[in-house]
Design a protein around this ligand. Structure first.
Ligand code: 5RP
Length: 250
């Protein structure tokens, strides 16, 4: 009887991708189809949506015999590039990029982004700043009227470890909310970034929502801050994928 129940359970288990994954894959595939061209130097972002973009890049490289070199934004991205047998480069060999594709945690109507949910914001911003075109891919949950509407973690800010406590106090007075040290899932200690730093997830008051350019500069002016997860005036185009596989762009 128990093996019959097991069989029944298996046969009724949905075999399809979750609807959110459908949206991520649709956005990533459309962006790679529209933007990837032969001989390009491409920056590869981090997170879960970028996995679908790398899969599509690898597919096109193989099928169309494209010559593409890839610069990673994190250890995860580096692994994705090598696992898919793409050509790995770096900013020393390839300081100027044609294209960067990356995910985001939130995108507002002016294409201002919050990034850094995966803790890779510093390298992501550096790599994006080296590209002619910075293309963002996301599922539709990331599309917001105002930053902070969905992303309850606030703005991720990477800090030098010895400075995290004074920086926390200064950012709390500046932003009017709490700056929370990001802890590892095990809660055994802080998350340590690929650069050996900590992350403060900075909650902000509503009045911040009017001038992200200024907020970004104010945070950056605090000694000990390496960079912020606010990407202002950087993205050229965003692809949002819906749960039924449709894609809209902005
Ligand atoms: C990592 C990032 C990611 O791009 C962002 O968190 C989106 O991730 P996902 O594609 O998993 O939703 O900024 O630092």
């Amino acid at each position: 009887r128990s093996s019959f129940c097991k069989l029944l359970k298996q046969s009724t288990r949905p075999l399809t991708m979750s609807s959110i994954e459908i949206g991520k894959k649709a956005a990533a595939t459309a962006a790679v189809n529209d933007w990837l061209k032969d001989n390009q130097k491409v920056g590869i972002g981090s997170g879960s949506t970028i996995v679908y973009a790398v899969e599509r890049i690898a597919e096109r490289v193989k099928n169309e015999n494209l010559k593409i070199s890839c610069v990673p934004t994190s250890f995860q991205a580096k692994q994705l590039i090598t696992e898919h047998e793409l050509t790995l480069s770096d900013l020393e060999r390839t300081p100027e990029l044609d294209l960067v594709i990356d995910g985001a945690d939130e995108v507002d109507k002016d294409l201002v982004l919050i990034k850094g949910g995966g803790g890779c914001l510093v390298q992501e911003k550096i790599v994006a700043s080296c590209a002619k075109d910075f293309i963002v891919i996301a599922d539709e949950r990331k599309d917001v009227k105002k930053l902070g509407d969905n992303w309850k973690k606030g703005i991720p800010v990477e800090v030098i470890p010895m400075a995290y406590l004074p920086v926390k106090g200064k950012l709390e007075s500046l932003l009017g909310g709490e700056a929370i040290l990001r802890l590892a899932k095990s809660k055994a200690g802080p998350v340590v970034t690929d650069n050996g730093n900590f992350i403060l997830d900075c909650h902000f008051s509503d009045c911040m929502k009017d001038d992200w350019y200024k907020v970004n500069l104010q945070i950056l002016a605090t000694p000990g801050v390496v960079d912020t997860g606010l990407f202002v005036k950087m993205a050229n185009k965003v692809y949002f994928g819906t749960t039924d596989g449709k894609v809209t762009t902005r």
